[in-house]
Design a protein around this ligand. Structure first.
Ligand code: ZN
Length: 293
């Protein structure tokens, strides 16, 4: 029988120190917990060239604002499908407010909005894009933002959690800022089938030849995202995959509106076949309810 060398590295999800080296490429090591199957990188030993992978386009042209607003509207439609409430008057916190597009859209729909953005360049870009949001966005880390507890109806975290080395501790902290019955919305890359995907990504030279983004420390699947919600005090309301390759607004935004006809055909193909979802190429969405515990 093949012997697995178990390592004494603590799993960031279940806390048990029984992990194995799962993928090892160049100076990147992805570990996997043999108990809960969580995949992760050691945050203290990330690949040296990780910084190269940061996004560089910050200013938004009008056309890009329209596409991003369409993406945010779709996101809110998914959330509203699970909560029976009008956006007007809702208290909403966005952790990682990025370019400010969701904030602008929510303010337009009369929500009470607060955004938190730790990156100076993204924060500056969001204020340049939407100057009136200056009093609604804080340029700081969530842990240092000093925001009200038991207050928000909805907290959104899009493309944040994969950067957090202690996801359970972080989400427990986030939970304190929701009122009882409040909703947490998480969206992250789906890293299921990582060995296969990593091989394809390396062949295509995505992520500078690494199997995943070098700065993504917590790598989730549908199952580990459900475990995270439950172990942080949430009732999972919806944990599923959302298509990226079948989403026209997203693809047109990513490709900066080039190859428009090709994108239409491709998106229709994926919507019809669901091939991207079968290959676990969508984004993961997790919606958790804060019960009155
Ligand atoms: Zn584990």
């Amino acid at each position: 029988m093949h012997k697995i060398n178990l390592l004494n590295i603590k799993c960031p999800l279940c806390g048990i120190s029984q992990t194995k080296e799962y993928i090892f490429v160049k100076d990147m090591t992805v570990y996997k917990c043999i108990n809960c199957k969580m995949m992760f990188q050691d945050a203290l030993h990330l690949p040296a060239s990780g910084d190269k992978c940061s996004e560089t386009f910050y200013s938004l042209e009008q056309a890009a604002i329209e596409l991003k607003t369409a993406i945010e509207n779709e996101r809110m439609r998914i959330i509203q499908g699970h909560i029976n409430r009008d956006i007007k008057g809702m208290r909403i916190l966005e952790i990682g407010s990025g370019l400010g597009v969701l904030g602008n859209m929510l303010k337009g729909r009369q929500a009470e909005y607060l955004g938190i953005e730790p990156s100076v360049s993204l924060y500056n870009a969001s204020i340049r894009n939407f100057p009136y949001l200056e009093s609604n966005i804080k340029n700081t880390y969530f842990e240092e933002a000093r925001i009200d507890k038991d207050y928000f109806d909805l907290i959104l975290m899009v493309d944040v959690l994969e950067h957090i080395p202690d996801p359970v501790g972080y989400i427990k902290n986030v939970r304190q800022h929701l009122r009882n019955g409040g909703i947490l919305y998480i969206e992250i890359p789906n890293e299921d089938l990582l060995q296969l995907k990593g091989w394809v990504r390396r062949k295509l030279d995505f992520y500078f030849g690494y199997p995943t983004h070098p700065l993504h420390v917590s790598l989730f699947t549908k199952n580990t995202l459900s475990i995270l919600l439950r172990s942080s005090g949430f009732r999972p309301v919806f944990v599923s995959q959302n298509s990226i390759l079948g989403n026209k607004s997203r693809m047109k935004y990513l490709l900066k509106k080039r190859y428009s006809l090709f994108v239409d055909i491709l998106c229709n193909l994926f919507n019809f076949s669901k091939l991207d979802l079968i290959l676990q190429q969508g984004n993961l969405i997790g919606i958790g309810l804060r019960d009155g515990l």
